[in-house]
Design a protein around this ligand. Structure first.
Ligand code: FAD
Length: 314
């Protein structure tokens, strides 16, 4: 057993265990306190052995690359699991693409396109494949739900299981993955396409993003779900049209600030860390926006950014 503090023993691993790991460097918004422990498993077997041996009362939080997260300033009382090199593979067989959960969405899109498979919708989403599945990520009208076949995940008890797309019940920015399960691999099915045409489409998407969103700032993408988001499942009852940025504009909150946090002047549904923001500034500003939007339009905005952990001790 590895000793991290007198009261805290953890299973031996081949990967890396870091106690009290500051998470701010691992999130796009660059805020957040420490995790009790950060575990970076060497490979699938290491992850399974660790979870089997970890006492069941220890909370586990899998994170991707932190592009949809506010970790609060007091940090996370959990074992945070972050997948790396051992989970970064890709296999393309005809139109079927099997990708490791740690691979960046952009990388998966480019690798698939080079083999003539269209997963171009992933190109401009800055997360990892694990995060994309968990959030049913998507853009420009296409979502993970449209292309996912199945995933492999490790349960909190350390068992490797395969879950079909249907079992995940993907809906707008949501999936039904049990707490503490770690997605390790996803299988997608894409249409065939000409590699040059797919590459050109991806370049156009990147340009469009840069023109309309603060892609160079510290953000976590859309702060709130569209009040009744886009259809992400194709079901008739899942079609919506109100845009969060519009109701935020109507409430006069574009450019609003709190401490170092700002609602981006470029895209009013993007919350930006302008430099020295704390998680409390960012979350507090988001809550002010929700309040103002409700006062002005009666619409209740729901966070799309996941907020985890504890506030700073006063
Ligand atoms: C500039 C910018 C633009 C964005 N544009 C879009 C967009 O167009 N469309 C869109 O959908 N999103 C967008 N996002 C949000 C974000 O990129 C997505 O939600 C992305 O899928 C999150 O992936 P991640 O790896 O960063 O996950 P994280 O932010 O690290 O985690 C998000 C959630 O996924 C879970 N998770 C991550 N990895 C795993 C795993 N291996 N197993 C189990 N659970 C896991 C975490 O527990 C957490 O609940 C944008 C973000 C930014 C910063």
């Amino acid at each position: 057993m590895t000793q991290t503090s007198p009261s805290d023993t953890l299973p031996d691993v081949r990967g890396r265990l870091t106690p009290n790991r500051d998470l701010s460097a691992l999130t796009w918004l660059r805020v957040g306190g420490p995790a009790d422990v950060l575990f970076q498993p060497a490979d699938l077997d290491d992850l399974q052995q660790f979870l089997r041996a970890l006492p069941p009362e220890r909370e586990v939080f899998p994170m991707g690359v932190g592009s949809n997260l506010i970790v609060r300033d007091g940090g996370l009382r959990a074992v945070v699991i972050r997948l790396g090199r051992g989970f970064n593979g890709i296999e393309i067989d005809g139109t079927r693409v099997t990708v490791g959960a740690a691979m960046l969405d952009a990388q998966a899109a480019k690798r698939a396109a080079a083999e003539g498979v269209d997963l171009t919708f992933l190109r401009t989403i800055p997360g990892s494949i694990g995060g994309a599945v968990r959030m049913n990520a998507g853009c420009y009208g296409t979502y993970v739900a449209d292309h996912l076949v199945e995933i492999r995940a490790v349960t909190r008890e350390g068992d490797l299981v395969t879950l079909s797309k249907d079992a995940l019940q993907l809906s707008y920015r949501h999936s039904e993955l049990p707490e503490g399960w770690v997605i390790v691999e996803a299988v997608f099915e894409g249409a065939t396409g000409d590699p040059d045409a797919l590459a050109a489409r991806m370049e156009a998407q990147v340009r469009k993003r840069d023109e309309t969103q603060p892609t160079k700032d510290r953000t976590a993408g859309s702060t709130f779900r569209n009040p009744a988001g886009f259809s992400s499942t194709g079901r008739e009852d899942d079609v919506h049209d109100l845009k969060a940025w519009k109701v935020i504009d109507d409430a006069g909150m574009r450019g609003a600030t709190l401490g170092g946090a700002q609602m981006s002047p470029k895209h009013s549904n993007f919350l930006v860390n302008t430099g020295e923001a704390t998680a409390a500034d960012l979350e507090g500003l988001g809550e002010e926006v929700r309040k103002k939007v409700f006062q002005v339009s009666g619409i209740e905005l729901h966070w799309e950014i996941m907020r985890v952990g504890e506030p700073a001790q006063k």
